[in-house]
Design a protein around this ligand. Structure first.
Ligand SMILES: Nc1ncnc2c1ncn2[C@@H]1O[C@H](COP(=O)(O)OP(=O)(O)OP(=O)(O)O)[C@@H](O)[C@H]1O
Ligand SMILES: [Mg+2]
Length: 481
């Protein structure tokens, strides 16, 4: 079988005769010759060759199809075993060494039913003497797939889509996850500028280290996994494959930690969207379009983002009034963000998210009551999660995590106090963390109990003071009445 392919290549190399044919034969004879040579070629050579170049399109950007084949071959041990030349590289977004078929080598992929296809990894240099930036980009790498004509339907309809899908999945598994932050729009244009900056995402938070009610936690984990695995379901019901989460609660209750745990669970990238750095809805749209699938788009402290809440609207009105401290002619309106509620709603709704699926959008806030109802209605923010003060179950997770203890004689006391006092998981965690090598679980739990008692006393004193103030104001009201 391989000898047929060799023959094909040999016949292909007869192409050098073509200029001679052009020179000595009239036009019509030339086309006859071309047609019959082609027929003769097909008669002797029943194989089809399909080339997937590394760079394609007007922008000459790296082709996803090429990258997927590369990952597919790297993830197929039976194919790789037959390679004589291998190459190893850490790709732009990968965290592991990718070992795949080296250049000028050909491997065979044996499929069910004794069917075979051949992958050649190769490269060529452009014939024209054009000058380009950088040396390596001059080489044009490509994969060439060879298969028998009679397998054409199978290759186009099943094999190639499978190669792409498996390659993509392997690349996702191997990729270094990233944390993106939006650049100010003044930096968006020019050589190699981009709307997002990124760094490796290496936050250690996981669901098993997250302190919260275990039933609630399990419900969230199930919901996320259900979302991740529901590609077909979303397509079936005609819904964009996205889900919105609203995390609300006081500072230090684990909202940001929960987002990191979500990203780690699902293996998604995180886009941290700073709304105040965005000038208008058009910029917001551009940012969204430039996000990729398998990602969590986060807007932290949404109540502090301009124009979205009642309070901010009032502040905006104040901004619109002329500022006496600014020179005449300058407009402080320009300084304020013009991202509007409707812009943000469009951003979350189907309109712009139609450009791709598998995205989770998370808003966090300390003041859920301040948010516009339109923003957080179901369908936009599908799941509302309250992160609250530390309960006993949440404390047990922290004790296990920070002190490696499942049980302790102090636990009953802690349970009692946590029912009476409100303390955030961040504060509980801080008290549980050993401050020196000599501190053991006893010391840390004792410190926590002391702090809880202190907080209880403070709360009682504050309550008594508030009651006294109320009594005074009531007396005053009665007296004046
Ligand atoms: N529920 C929790 N489980 C485990 N650790 C927590 C939890 N809540 C807070 N912490 C600890 O406290 C620190 C601060 O928590 P985090 O940043 O997640 O709070 P937050 O709710 O996002 O606060 P803010 O509203 O101020 O942004 C974390 O680094 C983590 O160590
Ligand atoms: Mg936070």
């Amino acid at each position: 079988m391989e000898s047929w392919i060799g023959l094909g290549s040999a016949l292909g190399s007869l192409a050098f005769l073509y200029p001679m044919v052009q020179m000595y034969f009239p036009q019509q004879l030339q086309s006859y010759l071309a047609e019959y040579t082609n027929k003769l070629f097909c008669y002797f050579y029943p194989y089809i060759q399909l080339t997937i170049p590394e760079y394609s399109g007007e922008q000459m950007s790296r082709s996803d199809a090429y990258a997927n084949v590369e990952s597919y071959l790297a993830a197929s041990p039976s194919v790789l075993r037959r390679a004589r030349k291998l190459k190893a590289d850490i790709g732009p977004n990968s965290k592991k060494l990718l070992i795949t078929v080296g250049e000028h080598d050909e491997v065979v992929d044996e499929l069910a039913g004794g069917m075979k296809v051949w992958w050649l990894s190769s490269k060529e240099w452009p014939s024209s003497q054009t000058i380009t930036w950088g040396g390596a980009e001059d080489e044009r790498r490509y994969y060439r797939l060879t298969f028998h004509r009679r397998h054409r339907e199978f290759v186009y309809g099943s094999y190639l889509p499978r190669v792409q899908e498996e390659g993509r999945a392997a690349a996702v598994k191997n990729r270094q996850r990233r944390l993106f932050t939006n650049n100010p729009s003044d930096n968006w244009y020019g050589y190699r500028r981009s709307v997002w900056s990124h760094m490796p995402f290496e936050h250690p938070s996981r669901f098993d280290t997250l302190a919260m009610d275990p039933v609630k936690k399990q419900e969230i984990v199930d919901d996320l996994i259900q979302f991740r695995d529901s590609k077909e379901y979303y397509a079936e019901i005609g819904k964009v494959w996205k889900r919105g989460y609203l995390l609300f609660g006081p500072p230090g209750t684990g909202k940001s930690s929960m987002i990191a745990a979500m990203a780690n669970l699902l293996d998604y990238d995180v886009y941290d969207l700073e709304l105040t750095a965005i000038k208008n809805n058009t910029e917001l749209r551009k940012l969204f379009i430039e996000t990729t699938g398998k990602s969590i788009i986060v807007i932290e402290d949404i109540d502090c983002s301009l124009d979205l809440t009642g309070k901010r609207n009032k502040e905006k009105k104040k901004d619109d009034e002329p500022n006496k401290n600014m020179p005449p002619g300058t407009n402080n309106k320009e300084e304020s963000s013009k991202v509007t509620l409707s812009g943000l709603l469009n951003f979350i709704d189907g309109l712009w998210s139609a450009c791709g699926g598998e995205r989770i959008i998370v808003f966090t806030t300390n003041h859920v009551e301040k948010l516009d109802k339109a923003l957080i209605r179901r369908g936009r923010m599908d799941k509302h999660i309250e992160m609250s003060y530390c309960g006993f179950e949440a404390f047990k997770v922290l004790a296990k995590n920070y002190l490696r203890v499942d049980n302790h004689h102090r636990f009953d006391e802690v349970r009692q106090l946590l029912e009476e006092v409100r303390m955030t998981p961040a504060d509980v965690a801080e008290n549980l963390m050993p401050k020196s090598a000599g501190e053991d679980a006893d010391t840390c739990l004792e410190r926590l109990v002391e702090e809880l008692k202190k907080a209880k006393e403070e709360a009682m004193t504050a309550a008594a003071a508030a009651a006294a103030a109320e009594a005074v104001s009531k007396d005053g009201a009665v007296g004046s009445g």
